[in-house]
Design a protein around this ligand. Sequence first.
Ligand SMILES: *Cc1c(COP(=O)(O)O)cnc(C)c1O
Length: 396
Amino acid sequence: MKLPVYMDNHATTRMDPRVFEAMKPYFMEVFGNAASRNHSFGWEAEEAVEKSRRQIADLIGATAKEIVFTSGATESNNLALKGVAEAYGERGNHIIIQVTEHKAVLDTCRRLEREGIRVTYLPVKPDGLIDLDQLRDAITDQTILISIMYANNEIGVVQPMKEIGQIAKEKGVLFHSDAVQAVGKIPVDVAEDGIDLLSLTGHKLYGPKGVGALYVRRRHPRVQLTAQMDGGGHERGMRSGTLNVPGIVGLGAACEIAKAEMPEESKHMSFLRDKLKNKLTAELDEVFINGSMERRLPHNLNVSFAYVEGESLLMGINDVAVSSGSACTSATLEPSYVLKALGAGDDLAHSSIRFGIGRFNTEEEVDYVGNRVIDVVKKLRELSPLYEMAKEGAAH
Ligand SMILES: *Cc1c(COP(=O)(O)O)cnc(C)c1O
């Protein structure tokens, strides 16, 4: 086993060697501009781009024409929210999202608010899921868009997409989903889920960084989108800019592999995840799982170790790459807004660790990580007067 162990696969994933192989020719030999219509260099690049479009569409139940290439999910989310707000401005000025969205959605909505859009931030229940009645009640005749992420990047909780899609359809409101963490990991189908716009990115599914896509529904309804980038009118006018052909080839290859291997891989991921969870809960007390275990990505585990600072734990396990539930801003350590939205106090939010298991993790690594965490948590608790007091209190 090689150290350090990488177990932070919600932040990014290592590229699959098969993806890298597929990309290689497009850096040097096949270097054409996919928009060059006059010669074979352009045609070859365009052919590769169209193949990728089909591979992506196949993974999410879309058609190739509905895929718009972007620089990643941050851009896809920006384009979906701002593009819809602008295109449907005559129809209404209200958007509904939830409090545990990724910053790329939250901060985009903050900007839209400054521009006169009204945004409703739905709360989540202690299990991390939204309340469908609250969603229904939030919709007004001014609502143009609901944007709810498919699966959360911290706690892995999977929202009831089909039900949300049905509500959106009933009310004639568009439905966008930031599906970055779900695509390639669990079955995602824009038709079955009633999704009109969907964001995805290469580097969260063993593809390259800096390339992503936005699915834009073309029928029932045909979604209108105002471009946010002005230029040559690429991507059917929705996103100008010369296409990143090697990146796009990599994204397509990553999607094809994910589709073929998902049934096996997701079983293996949940086996490893459950093994880690069972080990931690068997050997440590005062361990709390954050978010629903039933509706969850197979490779995610988010755990709070009471009486232990997540940051101290991270330092103690410095040969293991995981994330803590605290976000380092310049001077202060802010507890995760996602965990706080579930109702966790600052203490438990600060003592949380996110494990993101991935395709390249072995069972040996999972055992190693489990043992390291248990060891360091026990040591840190030995030094904690609060833990001592709690134990003594329980004994009397
Ligand atoms: C990583 C991530 C993003 C941002 O994607 P980039 O391609 O890095 O811009 C957006 N949403 C979620 C849920 C993510 O996990």
